[in-house]
Ligand binder design. Sequence first.
Ligand code: ADP
Ligand code: NI
Length: 214
Amino acid sequence: MQSTIQKTIDFVKKALAHAEAGHDWFHIERVFKTAQTINRQENGDELVVAFAALLHDIADPKFNNGDEELGPNMAASFLSSIAVDAETIKHVKLIIQHMSFKNSFDGAAFSSKEMQIVQDADRLDAIGAIGIARAFTYGGFKNRVLYDPAIAPEEHLNKESYKNTTAPTINHFYEKLLLLKDMMNTEAGKKIAIERHNFMLTYLEQFYKEWEGK
Ligand code: ADP
Ligand code: NI
């Protein structure tokens, strides 16, 4: 018999068949793998971690008229269709409801070890080499410039600027990517974040050097 995890993988792959590059199946697969890596040290409930990682981006509110409940509801009804127990479903649903970057500013109303693990794994995919690639993919999609020396990144270091729709992609490093290292929940996540963070600092240094023709 097919495992519930394999069934979930198949379901998510199908659901994300037409997703944009930042949130495609490969993003989910990376988050799933990273969450398992972190969980090897944190010893959370393996099934909850796996289901939450796999289902966390099943219906992004950004592409669903801002509907924040669609994703959590779809995840819950899928899990119940494959006969996962009610307690696990409830936990996975809560994790998905409270995971986003924006929600984390509102003083998280829910937390659990498994939530912290999956949130760390998702945040780790926004930094380091992959994070850089994702940021420029997003910037290209929005037709943004790479960098504009007239718009200093430092001026965008506040939460409000996260909503700025025209900022150069480099600014996104200062408004989000470089802040994620200090937002890690788990020790294992922090360790991976530091390595990826330092890689971004090296990248930015090289970027500015090349910008000046050096
Ligand atoms: P999440 O991973 O929490 O769903 P988002 O949906 O906000 O995050 O973003 C998806 C990816 O696009 C991330 O890698 C993120 O860093 C990147 N991204 C989001 N907003 C911007 C932006 N303004 N400029 C560049 N990249 C962005
Ligand atoms: Ni995600």
